[in-house]
Design a protein around this ligand. Structure first.
Ligand code: GRF
Length: 208
C-alpha cells in the first residue's frame, strides 16, 4: 500500500473582497478539491475583507502592506512567507499588484491568476466593463498561469457566458463572477492532478 500523497498547499494572495478565495475554501471544505489545502492567505491591503474572512476561518494569514514600498522589496517578503508556509501553488485571487520577475522565477508555472474576461480580450482593469462597452455577445473568465506580461500566461480554464440584451455592466460582472468561482476550482483541480504539460503557450492534458 502506498502512502497518501501529501496535500498540495495553496498560497492565496488577495487585495479586496475575497469571493474567489472563499469559493476555493468552500470547494475544499465541501470535498470538491481533494488533496488540496490552504497554507496561507496573504493580503497587501490591511482593510481587505478577504483577509478578515480568512481570519474568521482560522486560516493562517499574513499582511504585507505594499503601498509606498518598492515592488522587489515587497515581493521578497511575500516570497519568504510563501516559502515558510511550504506553498506549492500560488493563487492570485483579486491581487491588485503586478508581480516582479523575481516572484515569477521563484514559482515557475506555479502561480495562477483569474481574470474576468475571455483572454486575450480585455486584459487589465475593469475587464467586464470593457467587454460590455465593446458590445461583445460572449463574455467570461480565464484562469491562467502567470508570466512576466499582464494577464498573459498559458490558459488553464475558460468559462463563457452569453451577454444578454438586458444586461448592464453590473449584471454582466455579477454573472461572470459566478463563473469565476467555478473556474478557479476546476483549474486548481487540473493543476493538482499534475496530469498536464505546458507546450509553449498551450496547457494540454497529458495522456497516461
Ligand atoms: C475578480 O473579478 C477577479 O477576476 C479579478 O479581481 C476580482 C476579485 O474578486 N482578478 P474577489 O476579491 O475574488 O471577490
Amino acid at each position: 500500500m502506498s502512502a497518501a500523497a501529501s496535500p498540495l498547499r495553496l498560497g492565496i494572495l488577495l487585495s479586496g473582497r475575497g469571493s474567489n478565495f472563499l469559493a476555493i475554501a468552500d470547494s475544499i471544505r465541501a470535498g470538491r478539491l481533494h488533496g488540496v489545502e490552504i497554507a496561507v492567505v496573504i493580503s497587501n491591503v490591511a482593510e481587505a475583507p478577504g483577509l478578515d474572512a480568512a481570519q474568521k476561518l482560522d486560516l493562517p494569514t499574513a499582511l504585507f502592506v505594499s503601498k509606498g514600498r518598492k515592488r522587489a522589496d515587497h515581493d521578497a517578503d511575500v516570497i519568504a512567507c510563501l516559502q515558510a508556509h511550504r506553498v506549492d501553488l500560488v493563487c492570485l485571487a483579486g491581487y491588485m499588484r503586478l508581480l516582479s520577475p523575481g516572484f515569477i522565477a521563484a514559482f515557475p508555472h506555479r502561480i495562477l491568476n483569474i481574470h474576468p474576461s475571455l483572454l486575450p480580450a480585455f486584459p487589465g482593469l475593469e475587464a467586464q466593463e470593457q467587454a460590455f462597452a465593446y458590445g461583445v455577445k460572449v463574455a467570461g473568465c480565464t484562469v491562467h498561469f502567470v508570466d512576466e506580461e499582464l494577464d498573459h500566461g498559458p490558459i488553464v480554464v475558460q468559462r463563457a457566458i452569453p451577454v444578454l440584451d438586458d444586461d448592464d455592466a453590473e449584471s454582466l460582472a455579477h454573472r461572470i463572477l459566478a463563473e469565476e468561482h467555478l473556474a478557479y476550482t476546476d483549474a486548481i483541480r487540473l493543476v493538482a492532478s499534475g496530469a498536464y504539460q505546458i507546450r509553449g503557450r498551450r496547457y494540454v492534458k497529458r495522456s497516461s
